[in-house]
Design a protein around this ligand. Structure first.
Ligand SMILES: Cc1cc2nc3c(=O)[nH]c(=O)nc-3n(C[C@H](O)[C@H](O)[C@H](O)COP(=O)(O)OP(=O)(O)OC[C@H]3O[C@@H](n4cnc5c(N)ncnc54)[C@H](O)[C@@H]3O)c2cc1C
Length: 425
């Protein structure tokens, strides 16, 4: 039977119906074959694909605190004013109603890899045969003195997890007077989404050009140079935002002062701005660190790349931004979605007594909007190399745009629609 007709038949016979829905605390199942922690790009994809690839035979429980999925990709356009929060929000409902994933709206507060259980923040415990962990990133507040308090007060925002903070930062930009300064600081790589900060700077400049032409965008980067699509971004900035967007590499932020709205650097002079958008260092999501799964310097999770199984916890598979990346593997939504599929296939094979695919492949495309329509991209294909337990970029596959075009803008928006459908619908 074809997958679609299997799904339709299952719905008709009520098989999925009995599994569907979002579990309240009272009805949280005490056991599931696969528990997924985090319903972002990695986790939602894995949850759906374990169901699909097992022909709906393996139970999946997805634990995620947010009511809906809110996408970081495209969120820079909300800051620039070209898109709204509604444009980047997708319901989780179809994961339950169409794919029979049991959704639990909660946080996982503890993972016991010996007992093979997770504990929810609200108390219940769920036993698993396989655990998939995709909690995204944690922001390392202590890497910049004063930042945590500045963030808590709402004065200095990051908006590096899309949601209410995206809107709050947009409001700060709207309130900035014409002639004001927006300063964005970027941490040393690796961080979530290599081109993301440069896209953000472009979006803010695009907004200023239309709405507040005397204003300035300062990009203060701890890295020596633009870390992704550098020549393309820099050419576009020179041709379109000259005098408005200024880029400076080698600027490592070490402290902020909320009284003067100033950021301090390891070496260079302090910078004062009307809106400060300070991005600290990043690590694997907090739950991975608390559970001993961040075994690369307590910061990232090391996995066996053939299955994405943790190297320190059997039957625990870790995905997405939390993973210690292979060479040239970006921390991106597209990559997390690819991880999700490889891990789902491995988990289904292992639970079904089948051979795990020994030659998994991953793909990635990162589109960046340089204004409200024009886009540049970088694409790559990654092949598993068993002898080195890593993925390597396939030579000659992928590459970067010749230059920004409106057509790539159409592709980028379609990419977003497609990946949301692939992960969630
Ligand atoms: C501004 C910006 C622009 C970006 N643009 C792009 C782009 O154009 N293309 C691209 O491919 N990528 C882009 N990215 C990167 C992309 O968003 C991330 O790489 C991707 O979200 C990583 O997926 P993930 O599953 O690891 O984490 P996430 O998608 O962040 O998902 C993690 C989920 O886990 C949940 N969670 C965390 N802890 C727990 C817990 N203890 N219990 C239960 N749930 C938990 C969170 O609520 C969250 O929903 C961008 C990022 C930013 C910030």
């Amino acid at each position: 039977m074809k997958r679609r007709s299997l799904v339709q038949a299952s719905i008709a016979s009520g098989v999925l119906g009995s599994l569907a829905g979002c579990a309240s605390t009272a009805s949280v199942p005490s056991k599931a074959r696969v528990v997924v922690v985090g319903g972002g790009y990695g986790g939602a994809t894995a949850a759906k694909y374990v169901r699909l690839l097992s022909d709906y035979k393996i139970d999946v429980v997805l634990v995620e605190p947010n009511e809906s999925f809110i996408s970081c990709p495209i969120s820079n356009l909300v800051l620039g004013g070209a898109k709204s929060m509604a444009d980047i929000t997708v319901s989780y409902d179809r994961l339950s109603s169409m794919h029979g994933v049991t959704r639990v709206k909660d946080m996982v507060s503890r993972i016991d890899t010996a007992q093979k259980t997770v504990t929810l923040a609200s108390g219940p415990v769920i036993a698993y045969d396989k655990l998939i962990v995709s909690p995204g990133i944690d922001l390392l507040w202590n890497s910049i003195e004063g930042l945590q308090a500045a963030h808590a007060s709402g004065q200095i925002l990051q908006a590096w997890k899309a949601g209410p903070e995206t809107l709050a930062l947009r409001k700060q930009l709207e309130a900035l007077p014409d002639g004001g300064v927006y300063a964005l600081t970027i941490p040393m790589a690796p961080y979530r989404c290599p081109p993301g900060p440069y896209e953000r700077a472009s979006q803010v400049a695009s907004y200023f050009k239309k709405a507040k032409p005397k204003s300035k965008v300062l990009v203060l980067d701890a890295n020596p140079d633009v870390t992704s699509k550098g020549p393309l971004f820099k050419k576009f900035w020179a041709e379109n935002y000259a005098g408005m967007l200024e880029y400076q590499g080698g600027h490592k932020a070490v402290a902020v002062d909320v009284k003067t709205n100033t950021v301090k650097f390891e070496v260079q002079a302090d910078v004062k701005a009307d809106v400060l958008n300070v991005l600290p260092d990043m690590s694997a999501g907090a739950i991975a660190k608390q559970s001993g799964l961040a075994n690369a310097n307590g910061r990232w999770s090391v996995v066996n790349f053939m299955t994405f199984e943790s190297t320190v916890a059997k039957d625990v598979h870790i995905l997405g931004d939390s993973v210690l990346s292979a060479p040239l593997m970006p921390k991106s939504g597209h990559m997390a979605n690819s991880h999700g599929k490889v891990a789902a296939a491995a988990v289904v094979a292992q639970l079904s007594g089948l051979e795990v695919n020994a030659q998994p492949m991953l793909t990635n495309t990162c589109y960046s909007f340089v204004d409200d329509k024009r886009v540049i991209h970088v694409a790559s294909v990654h092949q598993y190399v068993a002898a080195e337990n890593t993925f390597k970029a396939v030579a000659g596959a992928g590459g970067v745009s010749g230059g920004p075009t409106d057509l790539e803008g159409v592709y980028a928006w379609n990419w977003a629609q497609n990946i949301w459908a692939d992960s969630l619908l």
